[in-house]
Design a protein. Structure first.
Length: 190
């Protein structure tokens, strides 16, 4: 039943019963008049995203833990989490893009992505390609053409130097064991 929920999330009316039993809501994405909130600019103004190393965070819609659960400091992936990880791994042969460490967490994923200068793809186009492939794979698996799992856009941090890269790699590796202290942590449903 949770998988059906994951593939049927779309902007809802407050009276919609598909979210019964879930804390949190994607309704926060819309104000009273149904207009999306004005969003702050996600990318650093003036930065050339055609080259560089980035620490990327991609979140699920509504922050729902669709990708699995953390048990004893390790992710136990759901079927959706397995598909998401598979689609991430499929990206690796893209020319001019280097995929470093990554981790899939219950409601987000972190990755280090290096875009070589002169690459035909930008960071945004790589993330867009990944999200699109994951959704298409889920749509085919669950036969649900309205499948939506991703929050709009993504967060990135420009990695500056070897010390920063080492710290980000350590953060990614330790993320599952620090899950309850993570800013993206969802309290278990009671």
């Amino acid at each position: 039943m949770r998988i059906r929920f994951a593939c049927s999330v779309r902007p809802l009316l407050a009276s919609d019963t598909r979210l019964d039993g879930y804390s949190g809501s994607i309704l926060t994405e819309l104000d009273v008049f149904g207009e999306p909130p004005r969003r702050k600019r996600m990318r650093l103004a003036g930065h050339d995203y055609a080259g560089g190393v980035y620490f990327v965070t991609i979140c699920t819609i509504g922050g729902h833990p669709l990708f699995g659960d953390i048990v004893n400091g390790r992710l136990v992936p759901s079927a959706i989490g397995e598909i998401v990880e598979h689609e991430w791994k499929r990206l690796s042969p893209i020319l001019g893009i280097v995929f470093d460490e990554y981790i899939v967490m219950p409601n987000h994923m972190h990755a280090i992505v290096a875009v070589e200068r002169g690459s035909k793809r930008s960071l945004s186009s790589v993330i867009q390609l990944f999200k699109s492939r994951a959704v298409k794979s889920l749509q085919a698996t669950y036969r649900d053409p309205e499948c939506r799992i991703w929050q709009r856009s993504f967060h990135d941090d420009i990695v500056n130097g070897d010390d920063h890269l080492t710290a980000v790699r350590r953060y990614i590796r330790n993320n599952p064991s620090n899950w309850e202290a993570d800013e993206y942590w969802c309290r278990p449903q009671t």
